[in-house]
Design a protein around this ligand. Structure first.
Ligand code: SF4
Length: 154
């Protein structure tokens, strides 16, 4: 529970399948996104729902149904770029990022070392892409996470 007494909402995949991030932001001051019991992203509800940064949170948002057919189509296409097909990544070790097997941005460091929590503006993220000391590198990713996204969250 946050120290200011506001409501904190913990999201797991099962919850978000029933309520989109946009809906949850009206129910809580803070959002904590879990994957397999571990915190992937946590921060002010407005920031997390409006511009999720963690690949898992982005995939959750892309999966949420919306009324606009064109927007739904756009999100479906976006999700295909965010989620790795099951079984397409070699088995990750016990110290890997918990989301590595489904993450389209998984790099070698992701399957060998669990990401630490890093702050990006008001948001906490467990993702090597946002940790300048992680050694994360993925050909073609162009380090967008360390550039545009960081500045957009503050
Ligand atoms: S640490 Fe790697 S595998 Fe885990 S969410 Fe970030 S980019 Fe994806």
């Amino acid at each position: 529970m946050p120290q200011d007494g506001g409501q904190q909402c913990v999201l797991a995949a099962e919850v978000v399948q029933q309520a989109s991030l946009a809906v949850v932001r009206h129910m809580a001051d803070r959002i904590v996104v879990l994957y397999r019991g571990r915190v992937m992203e946590a921060g002010p509800a407005g920031a997390v729902s409006a511009r999720p940064l963690h690949p898992y949170t982005q995939a959750l948002r892309a999966a949420a149904p919306v009324a606009d057919v064109a927007e739904q189509r756009r999100r479906r296409a976006e999700r295909q770029h965010l989620v790795r097909p099951a079984g397409s990544l070699a088995a990750a070790g016990p110290d890997a990022c918990p989301y590595a097997a489904r993450c389209a941005f998984a790099a070698p460091v992701c399957v060998s070392r669990r990401p630490r929590q890093v702050a990006v503006g008001p948001v906490q993220l467990a993702c090597h892409r946002y940790d300048p000391d992680s050694g994360y590198s993925l050909p073609g990713d162009a380090a967008t996470a360390a550039g545009d996204d960081r500045e957009g969250v503050a």
